[in-house]
Design a binder for this molecule. Structure first.
Ligand code: PXP
Length: 248
């Protein structure tokens, strides 16, 4: 892979959402992960939420066993999740904020105010060989704090950019995009690896994919929805194509 290759992490959480709506065994998120691999995903992302509303502990066991590409394990900074991560030692751990009442991860992690606790929290994960990523807003103060606590990677939250696009608020969208671009460059200048994700679609992916400092995008909800219409493999392949096109 060249330095210019932008990795695609496919988030399979919402295959589990559909499965759990009926409480049975299908659709199977592990099968979806294998298909995403086949379609060109460079990694699989799964968020084990505290309330287990989609991905379950058994899904994480299954993914660790079945995947040939790296697993990016998203989790809140709780003691329970740290234990699970240390047992599995996935390739990457992405620390996300989590509120029970939210429908999805609404904002970035507040790193600056919790620097001490988070520095101690991520140290054993790093020592176990996991690449620790912190999911944050495009905010210089948070990026500096993520750097100070010893994170190797930050993932920038693209949710506001995508929401403004969907609502037709193009001035606000462009302001968000500018912040994402500037903060990608800033984080890179500190030596952090830069990822981005949340809410990305075929319509919104290319401007973010074009940032040269971004090394990975994590995309889930839109792809799983699109799979209903065109199948998972073509849905992932089209995202891959758009990312490659944006990268030139
Ligand atoms: N990145 C992170 C850190 C996330 O928490 C999520 C959602 O679980 C995603 C990316 C993917 O977002 P979406 O499902 O909206 O594409």
């Amino acid at each position: 892979m060249t330095q210019n290759h932008l990795r695609l992490g496919v988030n399979i959480d919402h295959v589990a959402t559909v499965r759990n709506a009926r409480g049975g065994a299908y659709p199977d998120p592990i099968r979806a992960a294998k298909l995403a691999e086949e379609a060109g995903a460079d990694g699989i992302t799964a968020h084990l939420r505290e309330d287990r509303r989609h991905i379950t502990d058994a899904d994480i066991d299954g993914l660790m066993e079945a995947l040939t590409v790296p697993l990016n394990f998203e989790m809140a900074a709780t003691e329970e999740m740290q234990k699970i991560a240390l047992r599995h030692k996935p390739h990457a751990v992405c620390i996300v904020p989590e509120k029970r009442e939210e429908r999805t991860t609404e904002g970035g992690l507040e790193v600056a105010r919790e620097e001490n606790r988070l520095a101690h929290y991520i140290a054993p994960l790093r020592d176990a060989g996991c690449r620790v990523s912190i999911f944050i807003a495009a905010d210089q103060k948070q990026i500096e704090a993520a750097h100070r606590i010893g994170a190797e990677v930050i993932e920038l939250h693209t949710g506001a950019y995508c929401d403004f696009h969907a609502e037709g608020k193009f001035a606000e969208r462009d302001r968000e995009l500018k912040a994402l671009r500037e903060m990608s460059a800033f984080a890179h200048s500190l030596g952090l690896e830069v990822h981005a994700g949340h809410g990305l679609t075929y319509d919104t992916v290319q401007p973010v994919a074009a940032f040269p400092e971004v090394r990975e995008l994590n995309i889930g909800h839109f792809l799983i929805g699109e799979a209903i219409f065109r199948g998972l493999v073509p849905a992932v392949q089209e995202m891959r194509r758009l990312m490659d096109e944006a990268r030139g």
